[in-house]
Design a protein around this ligand. Structure first.
Ligand code: FAD
Length: 382
């Protein structure tokens, strides 16, 4: 087992990997150029929805998502216990709402395979839908209720993970500035130089959890790392408990009621480089969708709007695994729309790899070098 690990990136993925590695007895240093959880992880709606996010087939990505959802109860218990901070995990269930009969027709086959994998989902007619979600528009004709889906308050989970990491002795360096150099030594081990840290950091292993910024590591790893930012604009309304009782998904938006009396409505998917500003157009679309599905929101002002950058890959799948040819470097990035859901399983898989154990589920589809032809793979070691 390696004695020491450097984790690069302090979003939910980096913090989760640090937490799990430290729980298993490793000496962990986490380096975050800016603020812990200050990017996508702090912006997320916190939905844990493997069934709603995977409607086609039970492939490796679905199994990754499902394993992560199943890891949540123990994960949350450990994080809350160590940090002493509640993360507001709410087992609300979700409802996918349909406005046209035709949209509900292909649902039967989806329900069949999802129920084989524990969804316990059921098709709702209009009357059943309104019984579960009374404020939904009368234009909605059907729904799918999935009781197994839940949500957390993502900023609280990030803060609790950071506190738990510190309790476990992780050396957490936030606001460390730009990562200027990464060396993977021929003799083994890694060295990282960060602009704001007085000295170099050495360790046996390195885990890259740099979210939408992971492409920056191409130059050190001799690989193509096609991760790009997809902006998500999102807003919230003041709301009273029970106005919206479940996570609700429609074709253009979703809604999730939080315990702080806010109803979160998200999210756009637009390309704007690394800009995290909101636009009138982006938030306007969410407001129109809200008025259409929940007429009681018509005329209600949004309380807050914000945006974050989802780390998207070219094929929509995360980069999870060791970089070929090294045991020192692991990537855990590119979680796109599901990084909050996938944080426990990512951390468990990464910690297994650090301990040189066999991965607990198939991760070959997520190999970080899959975008680089073998002949073009560069030299990794210094
Ligand atoms: C609006 C919105 C809603 C979302 N809703 C959900 C949801 O409901 N459920 C869900 O599961 N997911 C959701 N997501 C997706 C989820 O937020 C992301 O998949 C997840 O936060 C990615 O975590 P991360 O730690 O990889 O990235 P980030 O949280 O972005 O963290 C990456 C960190 O790396 C740091 N960094 C920058 N440059 C470097 C560098 N060179 N080296 C090292 N570190 C660097 C950054 O400062 C940042 O702190 C949502 C995303 C958005 C934007």
């Amino acid at each position: 087992m390696p004695q020491s690990v450097i984790i690069l990136g302090g979003g939910i993925i980096g913090l989760s990997c640090a937490f799990e590695a430290a729980r298993r007895g490793m000496h962990v240093t986490l380096i975050e150029p800016s603020e812990l959880g200050g990017q996508a992880s702090g912006a997320a709606a916190g939905m844990l929805a493997p069934y709603s996010e995977n409607t086609e087939q039970p492939d490796d990505f679905f199994h990754l998502c499902l394993s992560s959802l199943r890891s949540y109860p123990e994960w949350i218990r450990a994080v809350e216990e160590l940090s002493g901070m509640p993360v507001e995990w709410v087992q609300s269930g979700s409802i996918n709402v349909f406005m046209h009969e035709a949209d509900a027709l292909p649902i039967a086959s989806r329900l069949q395979w999802q129920n084989d994998w524990g969804a316990r989902a059921q098709l709702l007619d209009a009357a059943q839908l309104r019984k579960l979600e009374p404020m939904v528009s009368h234009s909605a004709v059907a729904g799918v209720f999935t009781p197994q889906e839940s949500h957390v308050y993502a900023p609280k989970l990030v803060s609790a993970l950071a506190a738990a990491c510190r309790k476990l002795g992780v050396a957490v360096h936030a606001h460390a500035g730009e990562i200027e150099e990464v060396l993977i030594h021929t003799s083994g081990g890694v060295t990282v130089r960060a602009q704001g840290l007085a000295s170099l950091v050495h360790a046996d292993r390195l885990v890259v959890c740099a979210g939408a910024w992971s492409g920056a590591y191409e130059r050190w790893f001799g690989l193509s790392i096609p991760v790009h930012p997809i902006r998500g604009q999102i807003c919230s309304y003041e709301h009273q408990a029970d106005e919206v009782r479940h996570m609700v998904f429609a074709s253009q938006a979703y809604w999730v009621g939080k315990r702080n009396a806010r109803l979160v409505c998200g999210a756009s998917e637009d390309v704007a480089g690394f800009a995290t500003s909101v636009t009138e157009r982006g938030i306007g679309r969410l407001i129109r969708s809200s008025n259409q599905l929940f007429p009681f929101l018509e005329g209600r002002q949004t309380a807050h709007s914000w945006a974050g950058l989802r780390p998207a890959t070219r094929d929509g799948l995360p980069l999870l695994g060791q970089i070929e040819g090294t045991t020192e470097v692991i990537m855990a990035a590119g979680h796109y729309r599901n990084g909050i859901l996938l944080s426990p399983i990512t951390a468990l898989v990464v910690a297994d790899l650090l301990e040189e154990k066999k991965a607990r589920l198939s991760i070959s589809r997520f190999a970080p070098q899959r975008f680089t032809a073998p002949a073009s793979r560069g030299r990794v070691r210094a």
